[in-house]
Design a protein. Structure first.
Length: 166
């Protein structure tokens, strides 16, 4: 009983002093990054879309390399690619790109431009039923998919850890 009384006399004042001390010390402001600046959200937005874009680009590259006449598959994947590119471009237009992500965006833009140009070449070949021009699109697709793969690899290997606010 005597020990409990002593602990009460020691612990209660320490708790009170600690509480008052914590209340008096100003908390350091926690910087909350602006979502529009790209400090949060860039990686979670870009990574799945870049992966999906690369997957579709490789599929279309395979179709073109085989000189496939599967117009439905080419059209479906082309639409998916265009939709992904439009979404990424809209996001990039609305956000400030973090400095660490500039190489990702440069590779993405080079790759998406090449892929869209190659898709247009493939569509032109299909429209004119002149499939002999399809092989001309193969190196363009290869270049575009390489750039997209570089963008995705750079994004995934970047050591920057973004702040996630819940």
């Amino acid at each position: 009983m005597r020990i409990a009384a002593i602990m009460l006399k020691v612990i209660v004042p320490l708790l009170v002093i600690t509480t008052i001390g914590v209340a008096l010390v100003p908390l350091a402001p926690i910087p909350v990054p602006d979502a529009r600046s790209g400090d949060i959200g860039f990686r979670p937005f870009m990574e799945p879309r870049l992966a999906a874009l690369l997957e579709s680009a490789e599929l279309v590259e395979g179709l073109v390399s085989e000189q496939s006449r599967n117009v439905l598959a080419l059209r479906a994947e082309s639409t998916r690619i265009t939709t992904l590119v439009d979404a990424i471009d809209a996001y990039l237009a609305e956000t400030t790109i973090p400095a660490w992500a500039v190489p990702v965006v440069e590779d993405y833009r080079a790759g998406s431009d090449a892929i869209l140009a190659a898709i247009e070449m493939a569509h032109a070949a299909i429209r004119t039923f002149d499939f002999s021009n399809m092989p001309d699109a193969i190196p363009i697709f290869a270049s575009g998919t390489d750039d997209l793969a570089d963008a995705l690899n750079t994004l995934q290997s970047s050591g920057v850890q973004e702040i996630v606010v819940h």
